[in-house]
Design a protein around this ligand. Sequence first.
Ligand SMILES: O=C(O)C1=C[C@@H](OP(=O)(O)O)[C@@H](O)[C@H](O)C1
Ligand SMILES: C=C(OP(=O)(O)O)C(=O)O
Length: 408
Amino acid sequence: MDISIQKSSIVNRQSSIQITGSKSEANRLLILQALYPQLQIKNLSNSDDSQLMQRALASIENTVDIHHAGTAMRFLTAYFSSKEGREVVLTGSKRMKERPIGILVDALTTLGADISYLENEGFPPLKIKGRKITKSKVSLKASVSSQYISALLLIAPTLENGLELTLDGKITSVPYIKMTLSLLDQIGVENSFKANVINVSPTKEVKPNTLVVESDWSSASYFYSIVALSNVGTQVTLSSYKKDSLQGDSILAEIYTKFGVETEFKNNSIVIKKTSSVNSDSLTNLDLSNAPDIAQTIAVSSFGLGLQCQLTGLHTLKIKETDRLEALKAELTKLGAKIEVTNDTLTLYRATSIIDDVQIETYNDHRMAMAFAPLALKTSITIKDADVVSKSYPDFWNDLKKVGFQIN
Ligand SMILES: O=C(O)C1=C[C@@H](OP(=O)(O)O)[C@@H](O)[C@H](O)C1
Ligand SMILES: C=C(OP(=O)(O)O)C(=O)O
């Protein structure tokens, strides 16, 4: 399904949107609930990735297919490895088979897990024979994906001797590791993160507890972009968010002040408001190694506002749903941008105009579709294969209509 959006404006200046729970928090809590069934979860994510996680955990089949869901692939690799007696083939989409998992498999194998590759060495699909894991010390390279680290930490309290995990090299996507540790804290699992060593204590039982998932900040990013590209005075209210978020992408509230957008935390919601226009000479210079999922949103906002932008710390983007650096370069270039990318940076030069009626390819990447849609505030645009958004945000197009987008 392709979606054409006419040049739109935010007519309803007081729009209010309810985004569902963070898929990152939800997928961690689903694993923890499978390990400690006395846990209850509220405000779960309705994303495909969380539904796939729920289905995988409930499955008794020999093959579990998690499609495009990276966290599900990584977290379930650790989960099934430690599930004594369970034998499973864990597989995913064509793209998932290109997303590396060797660092996690090596760490689990060192701890005593039985995992083999069914196609290419270092990549899914995996054959996993669940076993009791008794070893407790391992180190792994921390610069490729934090999901490998979170995967180990989630099963760590159920291991006989807990876990001492040493992180080698530069640690990427750190807030996601801290999110995992904070959730362990919340259920009463003792842990520490000092210098590059994480310790998790073995924990047989946890107290019954209901955990409420905060809504998804990565999904909120598209509304920050919409407000940034709108006239001064435009505001959108999003629920349910809090100031002391576990999600690193909540840094959006600070970043978008550069684009004239202020955030007010009110009751359980955020009110995001365009309060000033932006000086076209300003340069956005950001290291996004702690918030890789909002890189596309920020690049497109900068382009739509006609601003220069220099983004660094993007080394993980090449192994996500698509090579996001090449995808951004190709699609922004079609719109008339002058853009350069390397393996870990993106440079966007000041654009004075935007080409109308461009068709944006989305490369099976939900964030390509959602990052480019806000440009409809500047020009009419078509988003190809628009249903990709369901990976993280199935209600996205309906919510855009609610704020005033004219979608065909
Ligand atoms: O742990 C998580 O929930 C995630 C970690 C990040 O991945 P990397 O650590 O691979 O950058 C992020 O991009 C992904 O969307 C979700
Ligand atoms: C990278 C993402 O997800 P995952 O790695 O879980 O597939 C994302 O949602 O942007």
